[in-house]
Write a protein that binds this ligand. Structure first.
Ligand SMILES: C=C(O[C@H]1C=CC=C(C(=O)O)[C@@H]1O)C(=O)O
Length: 459
């Protein structure tokens, strides 16, 4: 029998059932708004929607206050998950800077926001799982199981109907507006390299934004589905904020909210127990036309002093940021990570923690790594604020999930865009060191827009 909840105590009830795997787009369209998608090369893919609880936080204590709010959410669990990947998790992220993100297009993205979804589809190695969560003093297992029954029927119908078989076309681009002209970019890079040579800082990552007017509304699910296919070794993500329409448990209103989406190659951190895994990813070249040209470019990147310096600063900073918490840290060999449109220098880093820690503490310690911020961090952040004529919002910031035990994975929200109907704003940045050249860095930014631009251009 269901124990009666204490008056006004928060009560998490979670039920999961194995289902036949729905098509990715069918799952995305079936879950209520606001929706979340999370994927990782070695993790279950999650398509989730609705909000059983939304936690937001701001200011310097945002990491700690989220940990506390989450502890309340998870404190009285009546959870039957069936498999670890379907256990209740909070999905969300942070703004890059510690400040409100009210500039366009970030108006609906607070400084930190995490959602416990009402409905979650988890595509794991051991099957596909449908979960319904409720967080309410009156939540009962009977209600949640009834909702799960209805959700299972909805997914069954969708899978059989084949309605979503034809994937919508890419929307097409009507116009592009960069935030930064070539001349402004040259001045910004030269001012940064001057500061570096004068010893004010060692490295800064400068970014641009590109606003795209689309011929049609961006098809969110199809865009993400294609990104998953073209970037199998990346972290596909989508975080939708609340649209005006109210969410309904097992059906969706029509209009999409604003969505931050992308497929990032960069993991910020993952924590399981006391084992930490992270990546240093910095230093970039393009892809070749042939396998031989690819190899040649990769070898040139691996031997290039400027790129190796830019990369090694990141490895060293991550080591330093982890060291106060770690019993041991090991950096693997530097290698080249090949993606669809670029190749990066990549060093995998693992650590064992001295004591127990919450993944949010690691996020707090590591963000921003010099792969997206710079060194020293304070000087780099003020250079970024003074130079960039737009709000980074959640671009280059931690996006991911954590669970009741404080385990979780966070990626860095790069190769990304904010989508709102027939408009998308793309973001891309480059590491600037003493001998960076503004023209070369400009070209690198254009390469980093490609993953998203390719999904917006028609044909
Ligand atoms: C900041 C971005 O990339 C970072 C990650 C990999 C390589 C980078 C680079 O070579 O500059 C950047 O540090 C971005 O894509 O917006």
């Amino acid at each position: 029998m269901d124990p009666s909840p204490a008056a006004d105590a928060v009560r998490l009830v979670s039920r999961t059932r194995r289902i036949d795997r729905p098509a990715f787009r069918a799952a995305f369209e079936a879950v209520p708004r606001p929706r979340t998608v999370w994927g990782a090369p070695t993790e279950a893919t999650v398509v989730a929607g609705g909000s059983a609880a939304t936690l937001t936080a701001s200011g310097p204590d945002r990491f700690a206050s989220l940990r506390e709010a989450a502890a309340d959410v998870f404190s009285s669990g009546d959870v039957h998950a069936g498999t670890e990947a379907a256990c209740p998790r909070l999905f969300g992220g942070f703004a890059f800077h510690e400040a409100a993100t009210d500039g366009d297009p970030w108006g609906s993205f607070p400084e930190a926001r995490f959602v416990l979804p009402r409905v979650q589809v988890t595509e794991a190695e051991n099957g596909t799982w449908l979960t319904v969560n409720a967080l309410d003093p009156d939540a009962t297992a009977v209600d949640v199981e009834e909702r799960l029954d209805r959700a299972v029927e909805t997914f069954d119908r969708l899978r059989r109907s084949g309605e979503l078989d034809r994937r919508p076309d890419r929307p097409g681009i009507a116009g592009l507006r960069p935030t930064t002209s070539r001349e402004e970019w040259r001045l910004g890079v030269e001012s940064a390299t001057d500061r570096i040579r004068e010893g004010e800082l060692d490295k800064v990552v400068l970014a641009q934004a590109l606003s795209a007017d689309l011929r049609r509304d961006i098809p969110l699910a199809a865009t993400l589905e294609r990104l998953r296919e073209t970037h199998p070794n990346c972290y596909p993500f989508l975080i939708e904020t609340d649209s005006d329409s109210d969410t309904n448990v097992d059906s969706s209103p029509d209009s999409d909210g604003t969505a931050f989406l992308g497929a990032t190659p960069e993991r910020l951190v993952s924590l399981r127990g006391r084992t930490v895994e992270t990546d240093a990813l910095a230093g970039t070249t393009g892809r070749g036309e042939t396998p031989e040209e690819d190899e040649w470019l990769a070898a040139e990147l691996a031997a290039d002093a400027k790129n190796v310096h830019e990369h090694d600063l990141v490895v060293e900073a991550i080591r330093e940021q982890l060291s106060p918490m770690a019993a041991s840290i090991a950096a693997g060999d530097r290698r080249v990570k090949r993606l669809a449109t670029v190749q990066h220098l990549h060093t995998p880093i693992t650590a064992e923690l001295e004591g127990n820690a919450h993944v949010l503490s690691l996020v707090e310690a590591l963000h921003p790594t010099p792969a997206v911020g710079g060194l020293p961090p304070a000087a780099a952040l003020s250079t970024i604020r003074e130079t960039e004529p737009f709000d980074r919002g959640w671009y280059a910031a931690p996006i991911g999930w954590f669970d009741a035990a404080g385990n979780g994975t966070f990626a860095v929200g790069i190769r990304s865009a904010v989508a709102e109907g027939d408009r998308a704003t793309l973001f891309a940045g480059v590491g600037i060191v003493a001998d960076s050249d503004a023209e070369t860095e400009w070209d690198e930014i254009q390469l980093k827009y490609r993953p998203i631009l390719d999904e917006l251009e028609a044909g």
